[in-house]
Design a protein around this ligand. Structure first.
Ligand SMILES: [Fe+2]
Length: 306
C-alpha cells in the first residue's frame, strides 16, 4: 500500500493519501514527507528556481528576510517540521497540514491561534503556471515567509479574531433569514479584505511599489504584471472602496490596493472590526466572491455553539 502511494506522489488532484483522509472526514493530517515523488520535488525546484530573480525585484523586504530566515530549500519540497522550528521562533506561527479546503470560520479560527492551514500537495510539473487551487508552493513559498514578520503575523491574528466577532454578532440575531443575510455580507467584506491584502496586497516602499500579497508572490507571471503593467490600476487602499469591490478570481488582477506599512494594514483590520460592530458591513455591494454554502455553514455552526 505504502509503495503504491509513494509511486503516485502528492500531486494536486492526484494524491490518494490526501483524498483518503478527506473521505474519512479528516481535515488535519500529517505531511507524509516520504510520499513525495521525484517529479514532486522537481516541480518545487522549478517553481522556486524561476521565482528567485522575480522575488529580488518585486517582493517587499519583509518577505525577502523571511525567505532568508526560513532557509527554504531550493531543490526539494521543505519539511514543515523544519519550517515550523524557525517560523515559531519568529512570530509564534506554525504551518498545519490540511487535507484540502478549510471551511471559512475554521480557517480564520486557525489564524487567531497562529496556525496556518497548509496544503501539502504540489501542482503537476507539466503545468507550473496552472493553479486551480492552493498547493504547497503557494502556501509555503508564497505565504509563510510573510508570517515570520511579527507585524504581519499580528494582522492575521486580528483577522482571525474578526471572524469570532462576526460569529458573536450573528449569535445575537434570532431571525434566521436576517442572520444569514447579514452574516453573508460580513463574510463577503472579510473575504474581500483578505483577497486585496493578504493575497494581492502591494506596499509603498523607498524602492517603489513592492508586493506582500501571497497570490502575487507565488505567481511567476502575475508578480511582474502587478508591479509593472500599465493595465493594472494601483490605488492607495481605502477601506470603504475595498469592502465593496468585487474580487475577480480567474485572471490577473486589474485593480490592486497599496498600503504604507503593516502597522497601516493592522489599523485597517481594527477599522474593519469596528465597522462590523457598528453594522457597517451588513450591506456591502453584492458580487464576487460568492460565499460558499460550506463557509457560511461553518460560521452559522460556530454561532450556534455559543
Ligand atoms: Fe493563499
Amino acid at each position: 500500500m505504502a509503495s503504491t502511494l509513494a509511486a503516485t506522489g502528492l500531486t494536486t488532484g492526484s494524491a490518494p493519501f490526501v483524498e483518503e483522509a478527506r473521505n474519512r472526514g479528516e481535515l488535519y493530517i500529517t505531511q507524509a514527507y516520504e510520499l513525495y515523488s521525484k517529479p514532486n520535488h522537481e516541480a518545487w525546484a522549478s517553481l522556486f528556481g524561476r521565482m528567485n530573480g522575480r522575488w529580488e525585484r518585486y517582493a517587499n523586504d519583509h518577505f525577502l528576510r523571511g525567505l532568508e530566515v526560513l532557509h527554504l530549500p531550493s531543490d526539494r519540497i521543505p519539511r514543515l517540521s523544519d519550517v515550523n522550528l524557525r517560523l515559531h521562533a519568529m512570530s509564534g506561527f506554525e504551518a498545519r497540514p490540511v487535507s484540502g479546503y478549510v471551511p471559512g470560520f475554521l480557517f480564520f479560527d486557525c489564524l487567531s491561534r497562529r496556525e496556518f492551514p497548509t496544503t501539502i500537495t504540489i501542482r503537476d510539473q507539466a503545468r507550473l503556471d496552472y493553479l486551480p487551487e492552493p498547493d504547497i508552493f503557494h502556501d509555503v513559498a508564497g505565504h509563510i515567509p510573510m508570517h515570520t514578520e511579527k507585524a504581519f503575523a499580528d494582522v492575521l491574528v486580528r483577522l482571525g479574531e474578526c471572524a469570532h466577532t462576526a460569529v458573536a454578532m450573528a449569535a445575537r440575531v434570532h431571525d434566521r433569514a436576517q442572520q444569514t443575510r447579514r452574516l453573508t455580507s460580513v463574510m463577503r467584506a472579510m473575504s474581500r479584505f483578505f483577497w486585496f491584502t493578504v493575497e494581492f496586497g502591494l506596499m509603498r516602499t523607498p524602492q517603489g511599489i513592492r508586493a506582500y500579497g501571497s497570490g502575487l508572490l507565488s505567481s511567476y507571471g502575475e508578480l511582474q504584471h502587478a508591479i509593472e503593467s500599465s493595465d493594472v490600476q494601483r490605488y492607495p487602499v481605502q477601506l470603504e472602496w475595498l469592502i465593496h469591490q468585487g474580487a475577480e478570481i480567474d485572471h490577473y488582477q486589474p485593480l490592486l490596493f497599496v498600503v504604507d506599512s503593516f502597522d497601516h494594514l493592522f489599523s485597517l483590520v481594527e477599522q474593519l472590526e469596528s465597522w462590523m460592530r457598528a453594522g457597517k458591513l451588513d450591506n456591502v455591494a453584492p458580487g464576487l466572491p460568492e460565499i460558499a454554502a460550506g463557509d457560511l455553514q461553518s460560521f452559522l455552526d460556530a454561532a450556534e455553539s455559543l
